[in-house]
Design a protein around this ligand. Structure first.
Ligand SMILES: *Cc1c(COP(=O)(O)O)cnc(C)c1O
Length: 370
């Protein structure tokens, strides 16, 4: 047995915090919240999570793949959905339009592909323009606004419903680069508008920028990780970290002294040791580091250091059984973890909780909202 257990009340708590922070005080319209549900909703379960968001009044979702968009529609989710990745692949474009998904266009070629399909159907298709302000992925290059104008003016059946860009390090303490990207974005928007392009809904903030730079929220914000309470900036907002992997002890045994545990013979018992075997492992998406998600250089170095240490030594990985922490011995296997339980009263079938990066937990593992 293994499930990813999510406390629904805590999720609603996070949604309410985000809504409250987003609220504009003086009666003006608050920015629209676009909930980003890519990556199986950051591990929280694409469909289940999206349904709760909708129950809580969120009316706009965003995904990164065609498959995610279609899965939402196949599960009767009818709200607005934005596909964040720009795609000019004919089959993708057809599928997205068939399912009433708002497309993203980040190049002249993609605009053309969408326009061609729209013309064949004799309908107007809604598109958000993606501007690359310094990420180097999808998007029209910010420094060539007239090329964007030209590309748009060549289309006939496209309705620009929004224009957006994405920050590459808005979690950083140094705000300079984020401000630069923001300025570049506003500049492109201004140029498009001067050329009579309707830019639609303007949005650039992800979770970190949403919290750190209220003035950058524009018409909408794209919030993803914050719903799960796992953000890359200090959590001073009271978000709860949600989602925990639950399994149960599948075997208990006593290993003699000097007995090897796991592949590569990285660990030998120092004395006779009573261990519990847990039926989960890296194939389920359990990764070895237990540090917080972070992408600063020092963390990278720390990760590398830990990885090397893990190869040489054991994992320093802990699980919780009956509210007590137990250490994993040896390397984590594909579908097993061995923990030292000493003489504690732990038996086959006892519940085990594993606090791990839920984003990586195999989407085949059931998400259970309690
Ligand atoms: C993932 C993503 C987001 C959400 O980012 P978080 O930091 O998780 O809130 C927003 N916009 C785009 C384009 C994304 O890919």
């Amino acid at each position: 047995m293994k499930v990813l257990e999510i406390n629904k009340e805590e999720l609603i708590h996070n949604i309410n915090i985000i809504k409250k922070i987003n609220k504009v005080e003086d009666g003006l319209k608050s920015p629209e919240i676009i909930a980003v549900v890519k990556g199986n909703a950051y591990g929280l379960g694409l469909v289940e999570f999206s349904k709760i968001l909708i129950e809580q009044g969120i009316e706009f979702l965003a995904v990164s793949t065609v498959e995610e968009a279609l899965e939402l529609r196949q599960n009767d989710i009818k709200c607005k959905i934005l596909m964040l990745s720009s795609t000019g692949v004919e089959e993708d474009v057809k599928n997205l339009i068939d399912n009433n998904i708002i497309l993203t266009a980040g190049s002249k070629e993609v605009l053309e592909a969408i326009d061609k399909e729209a013309k064949e159907r004799n309908e107007k298709v809604k598109v958000h323009l993606k501007i690359d302000t310094g990420f180097g992925r999808y998007g029209f290059i910010y420094s060539e606004p007239l090329k964007i104008v030209e590309a748009i003016n060549q289309t006939e059946n496209i309705e620009i419903a929004g224009t957006f860009s994405h920050f590459s390090e808005s979690y950083s303490k140094d705000s300079k680069w984020t401000s630069t990207q923001y300025e570049r974005f506003l500049n492109v928007v201004e140029n498009l508008q001067l050329n009579k392009i309707n830019t639609g809904l303007l949005h650039i903030c992800n979770s970190s920028a949403f919290f750190k730079y209220p003035y950058m929220r524009l018409n909408a914000v794209r919030v993803g990780s914050a719903f799960s309470g796992r953000i890359l900036i200090p959590n001073i907002y009271g978000l709860k970290k949600i989602g925990i992997l639950k399994t149960s002890v599948s075997e208990i045994k006593i290993l003699p002294k000097n007995f090897n545990i796991g592949y590569s013979n990285t660990y030998k018992t120092k004395k006779e040791t009573r261990v519990a075997i847990l039926p989960v492992g890296y194939q389920d998406g359990i990764i070895m580091t237990t540090k917080n998600d972070c992408f600063r250089l020092v963390d990278h170095i720390r990760y590398i250091y830990n990885d090397v240490k893990n190869i040489i030594k054991d994992n320093n990985f802990y699980v919780k059984i009956n509210n007590k922490r137990y250490k994993a011995l040896g390397k984590i296997g594909m579908y097993n973890i061995v923990v030292d339980v000493g003489n504690d009263n732990i038996n086959i079938g006892d519940e085990v909780f594993i606090d791990t990066k839920i984003l990586y937990i195999d989407s085949k593992i059931r998400r259970e909202y309690i």
